[in-house]
Design a protein around this ligand. Sequence first.
Ligand code: CU
Length: 149
Amino acid sequence: MSVVMLTLFMLGSLFFVVQDYGLVVGAASKFPAQDSAPSDRLPAYGRVIQTGPKAYSVHMIGHVWAWAPSPLHVPQGAAVTFYVTSADVLHGFEIQGTPINVTAVPGMTGKVTYTFRRPGRYHIICNEYCGLEHQAMTGVIIVDPEAPS
Ligand SMILES: [Cu+2]
């Protein structure tokens, strides 16, 4: 009897894991098709998305020990919204020369918007100790100069 109960418990637990993480079992899937519009469920990590005339967004993910995407390009004068999360442990998303400082928490998404008024290279660092190679956890944002009009 207890073996049956244990088996049922394990199957039930597996069901909730599958539900929570959206794992695909068989043909059933609650994920949208790959060519559908981006959603919060499936953030477009790895690219800068234009969301308005001078507005952009990018999903940043920290993991031991790098920021992705990097390097990334944005135009001068653009308001860039960063959605920041972590794949593993706590990291600190800081862009030097700006007031941006967001803790990257696994399973949560922080949001911050900043307008890059000056062109140049902005360095991303991790300001939350995250392990052996913490000091090497860097990235680069390149703000491309506005074309003269
Ligand atoms: Cu770190």
